[in-house]
Design a protein around this ligand. Structure first.
Ligand code: ADP
Ligand code: ZN
Length: 851
């Protein structure tokens, strides 16, 4: 039964038994036990966050009788350490008689209620199957951050350690090292053990402890500790002591405590009253004040309280779309709709109306947005409309805050969730609606295990829960629009901008022409420079998109033609002038720019290709008086900084905003009359079947940022390929023609959405291994050609080396998803049989790109 014997898991004596697959549909899954069951031993299948595809069987201790374990977070011993897993199925049959005596027990239940509802457990199992991800890792992606416990090590003296200590003590002539060890070991006596926190305070600390443990004198054990809530001192007036000291400090404290009508945390009181802590504590000692301890509650979230949402009266198109959505709710069945609306057509209002429809039917809703910054933007609108029952979930929140929101949702205190990709797993019940805004965005695809697509997962979740999935976009992905054609998705269209504002005028700047005329290449074209000058004069705003970070793309040796490359990756390093570094955007490797070529020692080194940093500098040189800011991952690192820059731009404190694609999305600035796109065709040169689609989407999105207010807008697109259809159709903002043309190519070349696609990457730090394993896999895949799976590769991956690993890639395509699934299904077992490590093989189902 087990495809891998227990020997696979190392230490055989006390290992849990692995079972493949897990039986979540077992009859005992619901934990309904009678008294008779009290005597029979019970077992539970547990999914653990380890890169193994099996689940693990544990015995259920009698203390947990009557508890539901499915979907529950459990602490169990795994190898030498405790680990948090999720209960998947219960049974009273021992899994495998020969191992029965070694089955270990569940140590603890973590939460009073199951973290995952049965529907979410089912969704996790689907993720695991569809994306070929280990079940434990799939479920972990759905759980809240583990803030309640921390891992710790505990050391105790072994018999050998005791003998060694006695030897050292008997021998009068210890070396320095030996005396230190004697000193260290003598802190243990036979019974007492010490945790790493206390060991860390001893001379030598945990390093010495680890050395002694390796030599067998100490035994180390992993433990989990429940984190205590952080406490704070609370101060209140003592009503029993009416006597006054007459001091000024006391008067101030009285005023503050009276004004706030209640006890205050010590630090806050001290700050508000401008009185030192020690003075307050003195007064407490004299019993004029009372103090006690309370757990620190994290700060309440900082929603702008003065925000008022625009009161828009829906137009005919919006009303028609919404009417349709109401009808879907009336049937009470699963449905997927595409809200296809040009930029500025007011899709957000339709989302809000759809949420209202869900809530009015007693249901809940999830709104997914493609990036963290938009959770604030959209969250604010939703909060203004639906009040306190709105929760925000995204990975940018500190763990404590995220866990708090997560549990608030789990307890049913929220009706609407706004969040990024992982919010598709929000533990909300009674789900009626999932909205996926900008459904085409590749940020919905997780690029680590489990490699799920949040949009597709949203549709599947809606299906499981009998809910409505509403995908919104001005530039729908080919997959989604194809599903409309195939009548799987229903189409809602907003064809014009609100108040019939015209779409911005798009002008293509032919850079070849420009060069012929100017005989030099400036970071932005003369046409764009003039257009910006005009905006500065008429005091409106401009945005400049340049989809490359840094100052120069690379450093080139004119002598030998080599680009300065990363030591760990096959990629040219990017020059960042402000930091005076050449940096790798993949692994973070960085060096000072060399004066000489590392290859040929030549001295003619040139920076080539202008990035956002250079464009900003150039504009500052050209427009000395203008207020210019840059928005990219180098200038804003936190959500707060991001908000600050965008806020300043929105309120007109900035004239020109230069940025990477961060500026392209979603935002609604009223005074932007010019959008310039520098090097618009950058993406077109990528060896990727989605290159044209991504270019079209980016250009259309960014063009949609112009002319959203009363003022009309203009867009300048700089390119070397003005005749490319992606650029031509984007300039006309003609999605349907683009779709037709692109769909034609995809059909002919057998790419999605007309074929199912997957990549298999084989990677290893030793190139021989990477080659050997990819050859082996090649022969494994070969027979599937006959079943209609086209296999390309193994070939060097587009990024042939990354973080010191060599990478080879297969691309698998098939018109039939089931054939593809079959080829991939056995692939990991094949790898196991050939002792190819799991970590060396990365399977990506429905990848967003091939490079
Ligand atoms: P989209 O997401 O489709 O690009 P938004 O939802 O951001 O467009 O709406 C664009 C702008 O139009 C917003 O400022 C919004 O407040 C405004 N708006 C939406 N609906 C209406 C309406 N019916 N009448 C007037 N303004 C509207
Ligand atoms: Zn690198």
């Amino acid at each position: 039964m087990a495809r891998r014997g227990p020997h696979f898991y190392g230490n055989r004596r006390c290992e849990p038994v692995a079972r493949v697959p897990c039986h979540a549909d077992s009859n005992h899954a619901l934990g309904c036990y009678t008294n008779a069951a009290f005597m029979t031993p019970r077992y539970c299948e547990v999914a653990l966050p380890v890169p193994l595809r099996s689940t693990f069987t544990y015995a259920v201790p009698a203390t947990l009788n009557g508890e539901t374990l499915i979907g529950r977070r459990l602490i169990v011993p795994f190898r030498n350490r405790p680990m948090i897993g999720v209960g998947l199925a219960e049974s009273d049959r021992a899994p495998d008689v020969s191992h029965k005596s070694h089955i270990r027990e569940i140590a603890e239940l973590m939460d009073p209620l199951p973290a995952l509802s049965p529907k979410l457990v089912e969704l996790g199992q689907w993720i695991s199957r569809y994306y070929l991800a280990p079940i434990g890792e799939s479920l972990r992606a759905m759980l809240p951050p583990e803030i309640e416990i921390r891992h710790d090590r505990e050391y105790s003296l072994t018999d050998a350690g005791l003998v060694y200590l006695q030897d050292l003590s008997a021998n009068g002539e210890n070396t320095d090292v030996e005396s230190a060890e004697r000193e260290f070991l003598s802190r243990f006596d036979r019974e007492r053990s010490a945790s790493s926190t206390s060991v860390n305070r001893w001379p030598g600390g945990e390093t010495v402890a680890e050395v002694l443990a390796r030599r067998g004198y100490l035994k180390a054990r992993e433990i989990v500790r429940h984190r205590k809530a952080r406490m704070q001192k609370i101060v209140a007036w003592n009503p029993a002591n009416a006597e006054s000291t007459g001091s000024a400090a006391e008067a101030k404290l009285r005023t503050i405590l009276a004004a706030t009508r209640g006890p205050l945390p010590l630090t806050m009181l001290a700050e508000k009253a401008g009185v030192s802590r020690s003075v307050i504590l003195q007064l407490a000692k004299k019993r004029h004040l009372l103090t006690w301890e309370e757990p620190v509650t994290p700060d309440e979230d900082t929603w702008d309280t003065d925000f008022t949402a625009p009161a828009n009266v829906l137009n005919a198109e919006q009303n028609a779309a919404l009417g349709e959505i109401w009808r879907w709710f009336l049937t009470g069945e699963f449905a997927t709709g595409l809200l296809y609306g040009v930029t500025g057509s007011g899709k957000t209002e339709v989302y809000l109306g759809a949420i209202e429809a869900a809530i009015s039917r007693g249901k809940t809703a999830i709104v997914l947005v493609p990036e963290i910054a938009l959770t604030l933007w959209v969250g604010r609108l939703v909060r203004a409309r639906f009040g306190k029952g709105v929760a925000v979930l995204h990975s940018g929140l500190p763990d404590i805050e995220r866990a708090r929101e997560w549990w608030r949702v789990r307890r049913g205190e929220a009706q609407v969730i706004v969040g990024t990709r992982s919010a598709v797993f929000a533990p909300i019940e009674n789900l009626g609606l999932i909205i996926v805004d900008e459904e085409q965005e590749s940020s919905y695809k997780q690029e680590e295990t489990p490699r799920y697509n949040g949009r597709d997962t949203a549709v599947y979740r809606a299906y499981l829960e009998g809910a409505v999935a509403l995908l919104g976009s001005a530039t729908p992905s080919l997959e989604t629009y194809r599903n409309v054609h195939a009548k799987k998705y229903r189409l809602l269209t907003l064809a014009s901008r609100v108040e019939n504002r015209p779409l911005a005028e798009v002008r293509i700047v032919d850079l070849r022409e420009e060069f012929r005329r100017q005989h030099r290449a400036a970071p932005v074209s003369e046409a764009l420079r003039t257009a910006i000058a005009l905006r500065l004069e008429e005091k409106t705003q401009a945005m400049v998109l340049i989809n490359r970070r840094g100052y120069s793309w690379s450093l080139l040796c004119r002598g030998c033609g080599a680009l300065v490359q990363c030591q760990n990756c096959s990629i040219a390093l990017t020059y960042h002038k402000s930091r005076q570094r050449l940096e790798c955007h993949y692994c973070g490797y960085s060096i000072r720019p060399p004066k000489q070529c590392p290859m040929c020692r030549g001295e003619h080194m040139y920076f080539v290709g202008d990035g956002a940093e250079r464009v900003e500098e150039y504009l500052r040189e050209q427009f000395v008086k203008a207020r210019i800011a840059r928005l990219d991952r180098d200038t804003v690192r936190t959500k707060h900084e991001y908000q600050q820059v965008l806020g300043a731009f929105a309120s007109g404190e900035i004239d020109v905003l230069v940025g990477t694609q961060m500026v392209a999305k979603g935002h609604d600035f009223q005074r932007v009359t010019l959008v310039g796109v520098v090097a618009a065709d950058l993406a077109l040169s990528r060896p990727d079947f989605r290159a044209a689609e991504h270019t079209f989407q980016l250009l259309t999105q960014v063009a949609g940022r112009a002319g959203r207010g009363e003022l009309s807008g203009e867009v300048l697109v700089e390119t070397y390929y003005p005749e490319h259809y992606a650029i031509q159709y984007a300039a006309r903002q003609d999605y349907l023609s683009f779709y037709e043309k692109e769909a034609h190519f995809r059909r002919v070349l057998h790419y999605p959405p007309f074929a199912a696609l997957a990549t298999v990457l084989v990677r290893h730090s030793k190139v021989e291994n990477a080659i050997r394993w990819s050859r082996a896999l090649g022969s494994y895949f070969a027979p599937f050609e006959k079943q209609g799976v086209k296999i390309l590769g193994p070939a060097a991956a587009p990024l042939a080396r990354l973080r010191r690993e060599y990478r080879f890639q297969f691309v698998l395509k098939s018109p039939h998803r089931s054939a593809l699934a079959q080829a991939l299904g056995g692939c990991l077992d094949f790898c196991a049989s050939k002792e190819i490590p799991d970590t060396a093989v990365v399977i990506d189902i429905d990848p967003t790109s091939l490079s």
